[in-house]
Design a protein around this ligand. Structure first.
Ligand code: ADP
Ligand code: MG
Length: 699
């Protein structure tokens, strides 16, 4: 039997005792040989030359020197107690300084013995010293053969136990130089030759201990390709199998419901983008396969109307349709919108939410089951077991990132034949990310706003200009408008965040005694929250103070001001979502980003992008570049986000595209990966993805 040595527990590695193993696992999730090998350096330092003590100055980055310590000296008392090693290479003397672990150093390091010392020169009064340097015996110079020395992230906790970057480097070195095993190749030989990729074992060695800058580049390419290739292979394979298996209901007709609405009741001309998307959806639902389409459109781009037209198509083909929204408010709003559009047509529509009365429920459920009700709109209530349809042909999910994958999949079982699925989102997902997360989900984009909209004006204001802001809000409200004021709510600091909101609420009430101010946040009971929301929607309240609970979908066209407090604490996409709550009427709208004076460079960039752009896609791309994909599109919320170790979706779009094409070619020839040469792919997919939820399959 072949044992997969890569999976061997890290405790088999010399130098890793139970305590270290525990810490590696807890802090970095490293439990096996493979985990360690795939814990890549985040940067490299050139150690190809040795500096002379005489040339050291505080402006130099990390440097290395070769020489010996003359003697140790302990100076200071209590907290300022430190150990100083007088170091020389013959050209001069410099202080090496330790504030922690003094006895550890004096135990390990001998005076008079030649070492390689590595660290960052630091100015201290009139002199220069090197705090907490790494000290290696000369014979370990082999670990840094190419002169590029790896650096690994470690946590504070680890550093305190001397499990620092240097220690990780040693572990990698020990693991990679052990001769009793070999990293297993993950690409078939023929494929690897065709792609001219470096062998995996060589790539792993070079990513940790580059033989040269060129080799490092090739290693990175190989590892990035591997990572993206397997994600694509997984998504495309599952999606391909699904397509072969699942027949969809064929919507062959465009009938009365659609035609009548379109020609008689549609109150305005569709935008070009809306027309295109409706055509795409019609094509999907008519070709005999099950539709799985993601509809992206910026806030206010008119997705709801597209959804309605798709639902009318379902009705024309003797099917029912349903539409699921993440909150009661949104479901109610959709219901009102659809009822408004269809008021003169004879199409039974019902609303089902958690607060639908029992008597009402008892009427709705049988009518849905026997097909009388043609359109059902609601919340999670739609996927409860008691709900069943006679012929559900189309399920629309609005703002999908609020729904877990599980919940979506339950819609499938509501009808004898799986319904067509249309997922709508106002959070634009950059192309690279969409490909990676959703793979074979077809994507439609509404990239055009209905005519006559005035672009929202966005301003950045520091907190000390509050008086002006209040005057501005007063002026807008006096002209009949309404205003939102949003406070951040960040996990971990909820307590003080709620306090900020509540204090803000008191302040606004004081400043605007003549206006009605209301407040919503996630801690309130759903009924109270809805009541407050309704005050604002009806126009009774002038100012709505809230946490981000209002982020999604709420539509109050009369609101013209969005104030975002502590805007520096929001991500770009979230700011854009919030801003989309205004600008829905014909009047000029404003978004005010209020921040403290002290901002990091990244934050300044984020705010600048917001001020200068109203294009959701541009903003999402920038967001991806600035903070990586981890936080985008709720991948965190659902708990199975991408855990990319080396590829960067913001920068590696081309490699991704390439990996996708290769994966597609392979699957075209061998959809199940059964050919002898592809077994290695099959095995690797199993290791990587078994036990994980599969996005491609369920979306
Ligand atoms: P989204 O759900 O994409 O944020 P909505 O569907 O709520 O956007 O549309 C926003 C507003 O624009 C609604 O009041 C809707 O009636 C209106 N609208 C939609 N399509 C058009 C159009 N083609 N022309 C004019 N107004 C439109
Ligand atoms: Mg909407």
């Amino acid at each position: 039997m072949l044992i997969d040595l890569d999976k061997r527990s890290i405790t088999y590695l010399p130098g890793v005792g139970p305590r270290k193993a525990d810490m590696l696992k807890k802090e970095l999730r490293i439990a096996s040989f493979e985990d360690l090998l795939y814990y890549f350096p985040y940067k490299y330092i050139d150690r190809s030359r040795f500096y002379k003590v005489a040339e050291i100055n505080a402006n130099l980055p990390f440097i290395q020197m070769k020489g010996r310590i003359l003697y140790f000296d302990t100076v200071g008392e209590g907290r300022s107690k430190r150990l100083i090693g007088k170091f020389t290479d013959g050209s001069g003397v410099i202080d090496l300084v330790w504030f922690k672990g003094l006895s550890y150093v004096t135990d390990k390091i001998r005076t008079g013995v030649e070492y390689i010392v590595f660290g960052k020169p630091n100015e201290f009064g009139q002199t220069i010293n090197i705090p907490h340097p790494d000290i290696d015996p000369l014979d370990q110079a082999g670990q840094v053969a190419g002169g590029l020395s790896p650096f690994y992230h470690t946590t504070e906790k680890m550093k305190k136990s001397f499990l620092n970057s240097r220690a990780i480097q040693t572990l990698q070195y020990n693991l990679l130089s052990a001769i009793s095993w070999e990293v297993q190749e993950t690409l078939p030989h023929r494929l690897r030759m065709k792609l001219q990729m470096m062998p995996l074992s060589e790539a792993i060695k070079n990513i940790h201990f580059p033989e040269s800058a060129d080799k490092l580049n090739l290693a990175r390419l190989r590892l990035k390709f591997d990572e993206l290739f397997y994600i694509q292979l997984n998504i495309l394979r599952t999606a391909g199998l699904r397509k072969m298996k699942l027949k969809g209901i064929v919507f062959s007709m465009v009938g009365d419901a659609f035609n009548q609405f379109y020609s008689e009741y549609l109150p305005f001309e569709l935008t070009g983008a809306q027309k295109r998307v409706v055509r795409e959806i019609r094509g999907d639902m008519g070709n005999g396969r099950q539709m799985n389409r993601l509809l992206q459109g910026d806030v206010g781009s008119g997705k709801t109307l597209v959804a309605l037209l798709a639902m009318l198509l379902a009705i024309d083909n003797n099917c029912q349709a349903c539409m699921m929204a993440p909150t009661e408010i949104l479901a109610t709003q959709h219901y009102a919108t659809v009822m408004g559009f269809l008021k003169d047509m004879d199409i039974p529509v019902a609303l089902l939410t958690g607060s639908t009365k029992k008597s009402e429920r008892n009427k709705i459920l049988p009518a849905v089951a026997n097909g009388e009700i043609r359109i059902l709109i609601g919340t999670h209530a739609l996927i409860e077991e008691t709900v069943s349809f006679s012929s559900l042909g189309l399920a629309i999910i609005d703002e999908q990132h609020r729904f877990g994958v599980e919940q979506r999949s339950r819609l499938w079982s509501k009808s004898p034949v799986p319904p067509h699925i249309l997922v709508m989102t106002a959070t634009p997902i950059p192309r690279t990310l969409a490909m990676t997360l959703y793979g074979d989900l077809d994507v439609s984009v509404i990239d055009e706003l209905p005519p006559g909209r005035k672009p929202i004006k966005t301003l950045h204001r520091y907190d000390n200009k509050k008086a002006e802001l209040f005057n501005f809000i007063r002026k807008e409200i006096n002209e009949g408008r309404q205003a939102y004021v949003v406070y951040p709510l960040i996990e971990g600091s909820e307590k003080s965040d709620y306090k900020n909101l509540e204090e803000g609420f008191e302040l606004y009430k004081e400043i605007f005694p003549d206006f009605k101010v209301c407040m919503v946040h996630g801690k309130m009971k759903a009924a109270d929250k809805d009541a407050e929301m309704r005050k604002f929607i009806s126009g009774e309240a002038h100012i709505l103070m809230a946490t981000t609970v209002i982020e999604v979908g709420v539509n109050v066209p009369n609101a013209s001001v969005m104030v975002i407090e502590s805007a520096e604490r929001f991500g770009l996409s979230q700011l854009h979502q919030l801003r989309g709550r205004v600008g829905r009427g014909a009047k000029q709208s404003y978004c005010v980003l209020s921040t403290s004076y002290k901002l990091s460079n990244d934050t300044r960039k984020r705010l600048e992008i917001m001020v200068n752009s109203t294009d959701g896609f541009e903003i999402a791309e920038a967001d991806l570049r600035l903070r990586g994909h981890g936080d985008l599109e709720g991948t965190r919320q659902s708990g199975d986000g991408l855990d990319l170790k080396i590829a960067d979706l913001g920068a590696d779009g081309q490699i991704l595209q390439y990996a996708r094409e290769i994966a597609r070619d392979i699957l075209n020839e061998d959809p199940n990966l059964e050919a002898e040469t592809n077994l290695i792919l099959n095995e690797r997919l199993k290791t990587l993805f078994s036990g994980r939820k599969n996005w491609g399959m369920i979306s």
